[in-house]
Design a protein around this ligand. Structure first.
Ligand code: NAD
Length: 260
């Protein structure tokens, strides 16, 4: 059981991150949530975790582009709960553009949020995990940690890098009862994906069903979206004792995308 363990989940005010926070809280894990959004909505999420699951929940507004704030977030978790046993690196953004027009600032921002933030958080969290003799590091990578799509140079680079970072850390902490793994989803049904549908319908003169099946799910053999809950269930399993020997792995949850 994970009861009494303490987790930090970055980018957990929405989508997959929020699902991780709820799934861990349901297992009795205290959770630090992080990310941007409406102040009242975030407070409602935080207090909802406490009342629904009977765990402690705290919020850190740390900006994942700022190394000092990332270290501060791990400190906040450590002082609120006593330790950070589970770190989930999940914050991420996307930007789509041909490489020759890709804005420098968007490149830097995506590398910072989708890749470097995981380095800074791992660096800050590993000493505490070593001290307590148990740890789980999980990073949300993507099918784009294994394969590319055009016009996503920064995102694909960051996700491939995140897998390399994860494998390296897994080797370094292999004898410390700490595991480090990636979960690599295909297209997940999140507010982010849902919001793209009306624009794509207009831009390509397609119906909602055509956008979902012919555009978004083109690469996904099952022709179904992954759910955030399905991704979160993998994280809960990776935190369990049964997964103690799974480390340095990349677990695909992509409806067969990367098998093709
Ligand atoms: P989302 O937009 O719903 O959530 C992203 C979260 O990151 C939000 O909480 C947001 O506030 C936070 N965030 C963004 N910039 C931040 C910053 N600078 N500092 C702190 N927090 C920040 O997106 P999602 O779909 O849930 O994606 C979560 C992760 O899953 C990302 O790493 C994404 O690349 C990955 N992923 C998503 C999909 C998908 O289809 N949705 C597929 C594969 C991988």
């Amino acid at each position: 059981t994970l009861k009494g363990k303490n987790a930090v989940v970055t980018g957990s005010t929405s989508g997959i991150g929020l699902a991780y926070a709820k799934a861990l809280a349901a297992e009795g894990v205290n959770v630090l949530i992080n990310g941007f959004g409406d102040k009242d909505a975030i407070e409602a999420e935080r207090s909802g975790l406490e009342t629904t699951f009977g765990v402690k929940a705290v919020y850190s507004p740390a900006d994942m582009t700022k190394p000092a704030e990332i270290a501060g977030m791990i400190e906040t978790g450590t002082s609120a709960f006593g330790s950070v046993d589970i770190l989930i690196n999940n914050a991420g953004i996307q930007y789509v553009s041909p490489v020759e027009e890709f804005p420098d600032d968007k490149w830097n921002q995506i590398i910072a949020i989708n890749l470097s933030s995981a380095f800074h958080a791992i660096k800050a969290a590993v000493p505490g995990m070593k001290k307590s003799g148990w740890g789980r590091i999980i990073s949300t990578a993507s099918a784009h940690s294994l394969v590319a799509s055009p016009f996503k140079s920064a995102y694909v680079t960051a996700k491939h890098g995140l897998l390399g970072l994860t494998k390296t850390v897994a080797l370094e902490v292999a004898t410390d009862k700490i595991t480090a793994n990636c979960i690599s989803p295909g297209y997940v049904w999140t507010p982010l994906v849902e919001k793209q549908i009306p624009d794509t319908m207009k831009a390509r003169n397609l119906t909602r069903e055509q956008v979902m099946h012919d555009v978004l799910l083109e690469a996904q053999p099952t022709k179904e979206f992954v759910t955030s809950e399905e991704v979160a269930a993998i994280a809960v399993f990776l935190c369990s004792d049964a997964a103690a020997q799974i480390t340095g792995a990349n677990i695909s949850v992509d409806g067969g995308w990367t098998a093709a």
